[in-house]
Design a protein around this ligand. Structure first.
Ligand SMILES: [Zn+2]
Length: 297
């Protein structure tokens, strides 16, 4: 019987399912809107899985990516921006509804796993995957498996502070997590948009073209962003020294990052040479759902 893996990505507004064959080819893809309630989510996921099982293989494994983490001790979801998921025993409830084991993982870890399995960093030993989108997430993959950590927060660099701060960068902006100066306040997409066009802006579309055509605000915003992302990546290299750092999310489409950020990293890492690859993701928006499928490696 053919070997299939089902991956499900639970986003703020949609639920997506894919079936991958043994070679990683997508043989089925389906999207529905997220019902926004816990019971609705469980029953919609069951419908998607039942349908995919009928059309592929009734024994296809199921992996799920969520915008949060399942606490290893309490088994409850935490840190989800879909706040109605927090405090729910989602992995256990889903297993009860489906009647077989499922693997549930943070969506940034799924992104990193996808890119480390058959994406931009395929074959690398240690991979750090980063999502630079409306928020910011990170995941560490070691030999094809997510490094979860004691509290299931390994790789959550968005809420670590901007390193090697200069005097003119004070005072540090407040973060929703309660601290000040978190990387997310500088490196998520809306932070770059605000630094370019002022408060209230959220889109970075066109910033590279604007900078190339002489828009001083765009150039200044990009220069600052490149410098801060370089420092943030150098910190990761100093701690886990990955073979590759893969960027995802809307900001990862800025080509200048791959040309300029490695030079900044070199200035800060504690080694004379820095050979860490900084890579653009291969699977784009599909990486989260593909990584969920690859949770059954
Ligand atoms: Zn924070």
């Amino acid at each position: 019987m053919s070997d299939y893996r089902l991956g499900i990505d639970i986003g703020g507004t949609k639920i997506e399912i894919v079936a991958l064959d043994a070679e990683g080819q997508v043989v089925l893809r389906h999207r529905v809107s997220n019902p926004g309630t816990y019971q609705g989510l469980l029953s919609d996921v069951k419908k998607l899985v039942d349908d995919a099982h009928t059309r592929t293989n009734p024994y296809a494994t199921v992996g799920v990516g969520i915008p949060g983490a399942v606490d290893a001790h309490t088994r409850l979801v935490k840190n989800a921006n879909a706040t109605w998921l927090n405090g729910q025993p989602f992995a256990d409830d889903l297993q009860d509804v489906l009647g077989f084991p499922v693997r549930v993982e943070n969506d940034a870890n799924c992104f990193a796993l996808s890119e480390a399995t058959d994406g931009a960093a395929a074959g690398r030993h240690v991979v750090f995957g980063v999502i630079l989108g409306s928020g910011m997430g990170g995941g560490i993959i070691v030999d094809g498996k997510p490094l979860k950590g004691l509290h299931d927060i390994a790789g959550e660099w968005g809420h670590t502070p901007l390193p090697w701060v200069r005097e003119d960068e004070f005072p540090m902006p407040k973060c929703f997590c309660g601290n000040s100066g978190c990387l997310e306040r500088f490196l998520c997409g809306p932070a770059l948009a605000e630094s370019w066009k002022g408060a209230g802006n959220r889109s970075v579309q066109g910033i590279e073209d604007a900078a190339a055509s002489g828009d001083a605000a765009a150039q200044r915003a990009l220069d600052l962003y490149v410098d801060r992302l370089g420092r943030a990546c150098a910190l990761i290299v100093n701690i886990i020294d990955p073979d590759a750092i893969v960027l995802g999310g809307g900001v990862s489409n800025l080509n200048c990052l791959y040309e300029r950020v490695p030079d900044v990293m070199k200035q800060y890492v504690i080694t004379p040479e820095c050979n860490t690859e900084l890579l653009k993701n291969k699977h784009g928006d599909s990486s989260g759902v593909r990584g969920a499928a690859w949770l059954w490696g």
